[in-house]
Structures are given as C-alpha cells and as structure tokens.
Design a protein around this ligand. Structure first.
Ligand SMILES: [Zn+2]
Length: 258
C-alpha cells in the first residue's frame, strides 16, 4: 500500500512536471498554458502524444526535435525527474493523509517558480496565485475530511504570519527580498503551517539561512556582485520543501520552545 502510494505519486510527478515545463516556458512569455498544444519552440511543429511522454521521449529523441533537430533543453528532463522525486519524497514523508494532495500542489508550484526565478528573476503572479488557491482549497478539503478545523486555522495563521514578516523584510531590504517573495509567503506559510507552527518557524529560518549562505558565498567568490538581485524565491522553496521532507527531525529541537 505504502509502496504503491509512493510509486503512484512519482508517476503523477512525471506528468505534473511535464505540465510545469509548459508553465515555465509560456507564463513568463504571456502565453496560454492550454492552447495551442505542445509544439517545438524552434520550428513550431506540433509534438505528438508519443513524443510527449515525460522523460522517455526526451531520452529516445536524445533531446532533439523530431522534425527540425533543434536541441530541446535538458531542463525539460530535469524538471520532470525533480518533480517525480519530490512527489515521491513528500508522499513517503506524509503517507496517505488527507493533506497530501495540498502539499504536492504547493511543491509543484514551487518547482515551477524556482526555475522561472533562476532564469528570469521573477515570481509571476500567474503562477503564485493559482498555486495558492489550489493549495488552499485542497487544505480546506483535507480539514473537512479530517474534521481538523484547528489545523486549518494553524495553517492560515502561519500564512498570515509569513506574509506579515516578509512584508516587513521587503520594506527593510527591498533589493534582497522583492515583493514577489512577499506574495509567495502565504503559500509557504500555509503548506508548512498545516504540519504545525514549528514547521513554519523552522522553514522560515531554514529558507533565509540557505539564502544568506548561498548569497554570501556567491558574492565572496566573485560570481556575483553585491548589487545584483538574487533569485530569493529559490531559497524559500528549498527551505520550505526541505523542511517538509526532513519532517520531525527538522523540528525536534523546537520542542523545548513553549
Ligand atoms: Zn522543431
């Protein structure tokens, strides 16, 4: 049963990752994620269903378009594999719980946002808001199913607290933390807060610690100048998903906090 859940979520992750690739490519260009169907970015030839199987098609075609031979970025493969691995990991951590779909929705949103943030240094509202709405509705459904109004309240409180904290951080250091990060904060706070306020606290410090360490390392090694904006959303995503995956081990030290 448990193995079936993890494998099932991994397979679902491949399909979701394939859709996230469409989101990552089209949303920053202002295109619809629904129409037209998949097509080669170079020659615009439609990609048939058989050439659109996650991971397999990319490998069989060796990362090239069947029609024009243009290179298809390895990013497509990586996003699908990463989404599948994260879905499997979160399913293994949470098991067959009512909130699993909500947490997977949050993780999928963060995968798409991370790639877009690295490539373009933006966190598009057209990804953040749908991700927040879907995750929120799935958390409400989980609360109804589990009769867990208290947990829903905790998730909402953490979402509000993360938003307020990021709002203040944005005022204090707008260059380090843009308003896109403030908009993203409720999604992070809610997905962690459902697991308990301790997760939201650890996730907050974990994300900012990762961001600070990587940022300082990049500046110290001369790969980046102090004035350059950094894709902070990526660190927030790593801190959040990392905390979910680490589970009780991540929050054990907070049990001394009253
Ligand atoms: Zn082509």
């Amino acid at each position: 049963m448990f193995t079936a859940l993890v494998v099932g979520c991994a397979v679902a992750g491949l399909a979701v990752g394939s859709f996230l690739n469409v989101v990552i490519y089209r949303v920053p260009r202002g295109e619809s994620v629904v129409r037209p169907g998949s097509h080669c970015p170079a020659c615009a030839a439609p990609i048939g269903a058989l050439d659109n199987v996650p991971v397999v098609s990319w490998l069989v075609l060796r990362g090239r378009c069947r029609h024009c031979g243009a290179r298809i970025s390895a990013r497509y493969l990586l996003v699908e594999v990463a989404t599948a691995a994260l879905f499997a990991g979160v399913a293994a951590r949470l098991g067959a719980t009512a909130a699993l779909p909500a947490e997977l929705a949050a993780v999928a949103t963060l995968v798409a946002l991370s790639v877009i943030d690295v490539e373009r240094l933006v966190l598009p509202k057209r990804v953040v808001y749908p991700g927040l709405v879907v995750t929120g509705l799935l958390l409400v459904a989980a609360a109804v199913h589990d009769h867990a109004g208290g947990r829903l309240g905790e998730a909402a409180a953490c979402a509000g607290a993360w938003f307020a904290l990021f709002f203040v951080l944005n005022l204090a250091a707008p260059r380090a933390l843009g308003f896109g990060d403030v908009r993203l904060a409720p999604l992070l706070g809610a997905s962690l807060g459902w697991l308990g306020w301790r997760y939201a606290v650890v996730g907050f410090f974990g994300a900012n610690l990762v961001g600070a360490v990587v940022g300082i390392a990049l500046i110290a090694s001369g790969r980046m100048s102090r004035r350059q904006p950094i894709p902070y959303g990526v660190f927030l995503a790593i801190g959040t998903v990392g905390t979910i995956l680490a589970g009780p081990a991540a929050v054990s030290w907070t049990t001394g906090i009253r």
